[in-house]
Design a protein around this ligand. Structure first.
Ligand SMILES: [Zn+2]
Length: 437
């Protein structure tokens, strides 16, 4: 039994968003009560975690992540000067992913996972690629996430870009890992069926994926760049969402990532199929692929969440960028309110994905909670709490992190993992990868 107390609790529960001088009672892996200091008197045996007047929040959720991208940080490629999205894929990501070994996969996940915890992100929905070590790759990631205590959904990006044998290995990895999840019933691991993107998948491979999937829902980059849409129109006579719809890939557990270049009709199809969409503002800006029409998607009632596409594990940073991109993109300083919906939709997406209630501080929900050293110098109320998250908070303020009631970090100290040791082991691993490149 644990109690988080002496903080302002932001519950993410619309019925009761802010609890001043609040406290949270955790029993096992779930939250059992919300209240105030009386919880300490009622449960004197509980282990107390003092928020010292800071914020108590649910753990943050990243609905689109690539842990395998970790070793690209700081990497220079001689002569690399991308002029298009395709150049970025061919010049960077498809060179890097081919070189990843099982150990690289493991350490990429370890360092990404450690940073996620330190930034208060407790749930990751990951999309993995390592074409020359596809078999067993999701086990390496699962091993890292389990060691760290994170909640993660894993998938392997099937693609035809490296030939039929690698595509088949990707399909096999998705189905093998989904079966493992079914059998193990791990409380914190889940599977989706990864597909790289429509433009690297033939009709035959898409058909094979549809047949092989074990009901886990598809996780696919969707119309990220104009070139993806153009290719689909020229080659298949259909825009991306419609083409993938032909194979029955869209359903309530599927994730359509980016959707920068989809039209209103495609949005309607995604709405009808009850698909979740994920916006990745930093990535879209970094790859210069354009801006997703977040305002139209939210207006249509689409379940649009927020991911980072590997850019960061600090979801507070992602929220800020999403807000600025909405304002900048529309030339409207009053725009950006949709970001609150993205945050709420992440809760819905994660809860569907893991089949558990994740992302809210309320009785019966999973005990994924964080404490931030944030004491506002302006009033924080039930009306303006979101703007404090947007303008005042960052991942670096996270002090304490719990997942399923287990403490992963306390007062800035990671428990159960030696960050220095892991980073020291990861560095030569990254160095060797860079040399091979
Ligand atoms: Zn991605």
């Amino acid at each position: 039994m644990k109690i988080l107390h002496n903080g302002t609790v932001l519950t993410m529960d619309p019925a009761n968003p802010v609890l001043e001088k609040g406290a949270l009672l955790i029993e096992g892996d779930k939250i059992s009560a919300l209240g105030g200091e009386e919880l300490l008197r009622e449960h004197p045996q509980a282990r107390c975690l003092d928020a010292r007047g800071g914020l108590i929040l649910p753990g943050m959720i990243n609905t689109h992540m690539h842990m395998y991208s970790a070793f690209a940080r700081g990497m220079g490629i001689p002569g690399y000067r991308p002029r298009s999205f395709t150049d970025i894929l061919e010049g960077l990501w498809w060179r890097l992913d081919k070189l990843l070994t099982p150990r690289d996969n493991y350490y990429s996940a370890m360092v990404s996972g450690i940073e996620a915890i330190q930034n208060g992100t407790t749930t990751l929905i990951d999309h993995h690629a390592s074409p020359n070590s596809a078999a067993g790759s999701l086990d390496e990631l699962a091993q890292a996430c389990s060691e760290l205590g994170l909640r993660a959904s894993l998938s392997y990006e099937v693609s035809d870009r490296d030939g039929p044998a690698v595509a088949a290995a990707g399909i096999a990895e998705n189905t093998r890992f989904a079966r493992w999840c079914e059998e193990e019933k791990s409380p914190r691991l889940a599977a989706s069926f990864g597909l790289h993107a429509a433009f690297t998948l033939s009709d035959e491979t898409l058909g094979a994926c549809a047949k092989a999937a074990r009901g886990q829902g598809f996780h696919v980059h969707t119309a990220e760049a104009q070139s993806d849409r153009d290719y689909s129109m020229e080659r298949h006579g259909l825009p991306v969402v419609k083409r993938l719809d032909k194979f029955g890939l869209w359903g309530p557990r599927s994730l359509a990532i980016h959707c920068v270049h989809i039209d209103s009709e495609e949005m309607d199809i995604l709405a009808q199929r009850d698909v979740s969409l994920v916006h990745n503002p930093e990535s879209n800006m970094g790859n210069a692929v354009g801006r997703a029409r977040v305002e139209a998607m939210v207006e249509k009632g689409l379940r649009l969440g927020l991911g980072s596409d590997g850019y960061t594990t600090d979801m507070f940073e992602g929220m800020k960028v999403a807000n600025l991109l909405l304002k900048h993109g529309q030339g409207d300083p009053a725009a950006g309110g949709e970001v609150e919906a993205l945050l709420a939709n992440n809760i819905d997406i994660a809860s569907r994905h893991f089949g558990r209630s994740i992302g809210r501080l309320a009785p019966g929900w999973q005990a994924d909670a964080i404490i931030l050293k944030y004491k506002p110098y302006t009033p924080l109320t039930g009306e303006n709490w979101f703007y404090h998250l947007l303008m005042g908070v960052s991942g670096g303020m996270v002090a304490t992190v719990l997942v399923d009631g287990r403490i992963l970090m306390e007062d800035g100290q990671l428990l159960g993992v030696d960050r220095e040791k892991v980073f020291a082991q990861a560095r030569p691993q990254a160095e060797r990868l860079w040399k091979r490149l």
